[in-house]
Design a protein around this ligand. Structure first.
Ligand SMILES: [Zn+2]
Length: 86
């Protein structure tokens, strides 16, 4: 199912929604009926997907950095433990 961009004509709110081709969406901000919501055909679906995979990669990098920090803390703990108990 494709993600479409919609804009509410009533409040101007823009949002993305996963819909069937023949479906429309209600405004999540002001609950305007779907007849008041226009689908934006200049949908940045591809760039959205791209930015998603970028943020996913960023998240992966972050968790790697966190793991490194944890390993470091563990090594320090073991060092201190050995020092204090020998
Ligand atoms: Zn609205």
């Amino acid at each position: 199912m494709p993600i479409y961009d919609f804009q509410c004509k009533r409040c101007g709110h823009q949002f993305e929604k996963l819909v069937r081709v023949d479906q429309s969406a209600e405004c999540p901000a002001c609950q305007a009926a779907s007849c008041e919501v226009v689908r934006l055909f200049s949908s940045p679906a591809i760039s959205t997907q791209k930015s998603r995979s970028v943020s996913l990669a960023e998240a992966k990098g972050r968790s790697k950095a966190i793991k490194k920090e944890k390993d470091h803390a563990q090594a320090e703990y073991e060092r201190n433990y050995i020092r204090d108990h020998s």
